[in-house]
Design a protein around this ligand. Structure first.
Ligand code: SAM
Ligand code: SF4
Length: 321
């Protein structure tokens, strides 16, 4: 079992399979980065799988595939199937912008994927264009329909921003509710790569808007999920991710692996250790030692909203969010 210095059990690995993306979301990758990771530094699916086996053997129970946009990587279904065949009880999920989901959902489900989280920031085509830098909404919504049709469980993520999609919070919730999908509103997390003038919304502002239409009960946190949950009178549950609250970190059970093999103990910080050399040399023990060291050095909490005004230099498209 992997246990960090604050007695948190780490059993959740998020794996970014590419930093590239077909969107240019304002809060994540508004411009094409100056340079991409050189191709030779990217781990192949076979190499990534070698590390997945180590992590699973050490106690990881949940693996989420993310990116950049994971569906840009060819043969993703084969990678999913490798993990599924190794240990079918692993909870296999993916976070995607859904643009390429329409043609791939069935294949991913057949390979062993169980759940997806999809970014749905808006239901208006022109706002989707403004947020993602291209006309994406039709493909995204068709992708969601397809995923539901093939039986994947779907959750939506929305990052509400003032002057952009703040007036759609209730519409996005209703869209999800009609489809029996839960929704999580994610407070915008400032970072050095995002567009400078974004004005995110905090949980109390979101709740104020939601209270104009619904009444709901505060359920607090549920297990190790970073979401603060609320249940509406009719039983529908929604979540808010509040990284500016310390509670976000108290039950954190996750670490992240980038596409080039850097293991990251906390989304906020730059610290990382590479497993690439060990994996490429076939040094299983060495890679397992790096994993344990990363877990041991996991910080107690992030520094979003820190008093010194410092902002994270980590790119979400690199860590996978
Ligand atoms: N491309 C996929 C997607 O967009 O769902 C997966 C990668 S994306 C980096 C993962 C998640 O990070 C998305 O839900 C996205 O909304 C979230 N995200 C990215 N930048 C963010 C920021 N600055 N603040 C809050 N959430 C952010
Ligand atoms: Fe791409 Fe996801 Fe980042 Fe948007 S949030 S730019 S879809 S990686």
């Amino acid at each position: 079992m992997l246990i960090d210095s604050y007695d948190r059990v780490v059993d959740y690995l998020r794996v970014s399979v590419t930093e590239r993306c077909n969107f240019r979301c304002q809060y994540c990758m508004p411009e094409k980065p100056f340079s991409w990771v050189p191709k030779e530094n990217l781990l192949s699916f076979e190499e990534l799988f070698e590390f997945m086996k180590i992590a699973i053997d050490e106690g990881v129970k949940k693996i989420r595939i993310t990116g950049g946009e994971p569906l840009l990587r060819e043969d993703l279904d084969k990678f999913i199937k490798m993990i599924y065949d190794y240990k079918p009880s692993v909870d296999l999920a993916m976070t995607t912008n859904a643009f390429l989901l329409k043609g791939t959902a069935q294949m991913l489900k057949d390979a062993g994927l169980q759940r997806i989280n999809v970014s749905i920031d808006t239901l208006k085509p022109e706002v989707a264009l403004a947020i993602a830098g291209k006309d994406v909404l039709k493909n995204v919504l068709e992708g969601v329909d397809e995923a539901l049709k093939v039986g994947l469980k779907v959750k939506a993520n929305m990052v509400p921003m003032k002057g952009m999609n703040a007036d759609e919070i209730i519409d996005v919730l209703e869209y999800c509710k009609e489809r029996n999908m839960s929704v999580r509103f994610i407070e915008y997390m400032e970072n050095a790569h995002a567009k400078a003038d974004i004005s995110g919304m905090k949980s109390d502002e979101l709740l104020e808007i939601l209270r104009t239409k619904y009444s709901f009960e505060d359920n607090g946190f549920d297990g190790s999920s970073p979401s603060h949950y609320y249940t509406m009178d009719d039983g529908y549950k929604f979540g808010i991710i509040e990284p500016y609250e310390d509670d976000f970190c108290k039950k954190c059970n996750r670490i992240r692996l980038t596409a080039e093999g850097n293991l990251i103990p906390c989304l906020y910080f730059d610290e990382a250790m590479s497993i690439r050399e060990s994996i490429r040399k076939g040094d299983i023990k060495g890679a397992a030692l790096v994993l344990k060291e990363v877990v041991r050095t996991k910080p107690e909490k992030n520094r979003w909203g820190g008093e010194d005004g410092e902002i994270s230099s980590r790119a979400f498209y690199e860590t996978g969010g």
